[in-house]
Design a protein around this ligand. Structure first.
Ligand code: CP
Ligand code: NVA
Length: 303
């Protein structure tokens, strides 16, 4: 595995390998066993959007692996003043051992990988959020033991989270159902993959999507960069809230996951959020362990 650009690029085996390594790194971390697999390596972290979890988990994760994380805000980089990504990629490849980037266009991440010579990790684009979904899959397996026979449901905006969850969920063998308003569906490339794969259904009814679900996901209605559409989206997503009625259709032991930050009272009720807070904050913690697995695989000499 050279890069982590999107879930579509990973095989089912690569995903399971990453999750196994993440479990092992979590065990070692919790038992005080050091694992300096990346001693002497430097990760550049380019942020063109805000972040709490991604920044802090990559920074601490890299430190725990014995490496050095370098925070690079686009406000300070020349890329923020228009230096082409092709040049940035070739320059940074001379200094760093890897780059984590959070940006808008997926193409920018693909171009970094194309023009640079070092591993690139996608820390969120408008198209996808693979690091988050690896942590999500890790959390589901932690709670449920395996993916076999599970149904994952996503309710809300067909955004970066929806795109990655659909692909990740199907690749590990879960059934995936999605409820989105007609004008806010997942990316056509993802829908094409899902339809060919099988085990996928889409509806405009959240309750219908939630029937017999083992895990329900949602995400904000207006993602970073869409703040100007927030009011229009609040109207369009009316009825797409994860609430008691939706949970009532799911399995009794159904988990609820949210990548965070959450807008209580919009995509999820305060009551549902707090009833499932342990699962949601375990999910947030697992960002650290899952990303350390990614770092070891792409920056280390791990097979
Ligand atoms: N879930 C997630 O990626 O959070 P941040 O935006 O805080 O990094
Ligand atoms: N869909 C959200 C996810 C944040 C982690 C966004 O892109 O803002």
């Amino acid at each position: 595995m050279k890069h982590l650009l999107k879930m579509l690029d990973l095989s089912s085996e690569e995903i399971i390998d990453l999750l196994n390594l993440a479990d092992q790194l979590k065990y070692e971390r919790n038992h005080g066993i050091p694992h300096p697999h990346l001693a002497g390596k430097t990760l550049g972290m380019i942020f063109q959007k805000a972040s709490t979890r991604t920044r802090v988990s990559f920074e601490t994760g890299m430190t725990q692996l014995g490496g050095y994380p370098l925070f690079l805000s686009s406000n300070d980089l020349q890329i923020g003043r228009g230096e082409p990504v092709q040049d940035t990629a070739r320059v940074l490849s001379r200094y760093l051992d890897g780059i984590m980037i959070r940006t808008f266009a997926q193409q920018e991440v693909e171009d970094l990988a194309k023009y640079g010579t070092i591993p690139i990790i996608n820390g969120l684009t408008d198209f996808c959020h693979p690091c988050q979904v690896l942590a999500d899959l890790m959390t589901i397996r932690e709670y449920k033991g395996s993916f076999q026979g599970l149904k994952m449901c996503y309710i809300g905006d067909g955004n970066n989270m929806a795109n990655s969850l659909i692909v990740g969920g199907l690749k590990v063998g879960m059934e995936v159902s999605v409820a989105c308003p007609n004008d806010y569906q997942p990316d056509p490339v993802v829908l094409d993959f899902a339809k060919k794969n099988g085990g996928f259904s889409m509806t405009d009814s959240p309750v219908e999507a939630a029937v017999n679900a083992d895990v329900i996901f949602t995400d904000v209605w207006a993602s970073m960069g869409q703040e100007g559409e927030a009011e229009k989206r609040r109207i369009a997503f009316n009825g797409y809230q994860v609430n008691d009625e939706v949970l009532g259709a799911a399995h009794e032991e159904c988990m609820v996951q949210h990548c965070l930050p959450a807008h209580r009272g919009e995509e999820i009720t305060e009551k549902v959020f707090e009833a499932h807070a342990n699962e949601i904050f375990d999910e947030a913690e697992n960002r650290l362990h899952a990303q350390k697995a990614v770092l070891v695989k792409v920056l280390g000499n791990h097979e």
